[in-house]
Ligand binder design. Structure first.
Ligand code: OGA
Ligand code: MN
Length: 299
């Protein structure tokens, strides 16, 4: 059976993939078709009958590149043990023993940064390629917790020519400390401050598969090189508002078993609010690293 794509937003942003069972090994043809699908749509949804087990999740991810290291946010005052096995990022509201995190849990407050529009790992010198988020437990229908994804190629295409010219060669600084500070979270250890020193990224990048330009925005951006910071942050905010208008956003309403794959090079995403003191939401993420810093890539 051949892999199929059903577009979900316009004709080239987000599609539901069918005709393939990703819980089993895939052949080279299917893998190539899926990568081409990612080049075109930037977001793919795979609806599975059951939550993707770790082995299948890791195997499917590694067809498309090299895994990035999953960093676990420590609990206040210590390392704490992981709820999930190596390789899976824990995007849940659960503690190691599967209980809902308390409202003031440090990891919860830190994770609330996901409510801001961002591109995963844009604060790393070599940022992320794809993220693959698997739904294991989701809040009941209507209770919130959708994931929204914005098309940053369309954001570039629809920018007025004068602004395109202004931003075309800009270099920005990204730091996780910045996106957390925006929400008033500044509770970082000296080790974390060192780990999250700002990195530079191009603001406009070209996708190697589609050759389309896109805006590389993220909540982690705290500066534009050579600009006064308030002026820089005002422009970043204006661009972010432009990029995240409804007509360029796909909102994924989760079902258990879904795997949502997005290309961090051409999209931004954010979590949306739900009552996390009442409902468990257990999502597990693998992430692929890109091949080089955007500064080293052709503009
Ligand atoms: C992520 C993320 C959003 C969500 O996993 O990188 O930002 O809806 N998740 O959980
Ligand atoms: Mn994210």
């Amino acid at each position: 059976m051949a892999v199929t794509f059903k577009p979900l937003k316009g004709d080239d942003f987000a599609a539901e993939a069918g005709g393939v069972d990703i819980s089993h090994p895939l052949d080279a043809t299917d893998i190539a078709v899926i990568e081409k699908g990612m080049d075109k749509y930037a977001v793919l949804v795979f609806r599975n009958a059951k939550p993707l087990e770790r082995e299948a999740h890791m195997r499917f991810t590694q067809y498309f590149g090299e895994l990035e290291e999953a960093y676990q946010v420590p609990q206040a005052g210590g390392a704490g043990t992981r709820r999930l096995a190596e390789g899976l990022g824990d995007i849940s509201n659960l503690t190691q023993d599967g209980k809902l995190m308390a409202r003031d849990d440090r990891r919860r407050l830190y994770n609330l940064g996901n409510l801001l529009w961002h591109s995963d790992s844009s604060f790393k010198a070599v940022p992320a390629k794809y993220s693959m988020l698997a739904a294991h437990v989701v809040p009941p229908e209507g209770a919130g917790g959708a994931t929204q994804i914005a098309d940053m190629r369309a954001a570039w295409d629809t920018l007025d020519p004068a602004t395109q010219k202004l931003v075309r060669d800009m270099v920005t600084e990204h730091s996780l400390l910045h996106s957390r500070a925006v929400l008033g979270f500044g509770d970082f250890t000296p080790e974390e401050r060192e780990r999250y020193r700002p990195v530079q990224q191009r603001l406009v990048r070209r996708h190697p598969g589609s050759h389309r330009l896109s805006l590389f925005l993220s909540a982690h951006i705290g500066q534009i090189l050579g600009w006064p910071q308030p002026e820089a942050l005002a422009l970043i905010r204006e661009l972010t508002e432009h990029a995240t208008q409804r007509e360029r956003v796909y909102a994924h309403e989760w079902r258990v078993g879904d795997l949502l794959v997005w290309d961090n090079r051409t999209t931004m995403h954010r979590a949306t609010r739900f009552d996390d003191q009442t409902y468990p939401r257990d999502m597990r993420r693998t992430t692929l690293t890109d091949v080089a810093s955007t500064l080293e890539q052709a503009a």
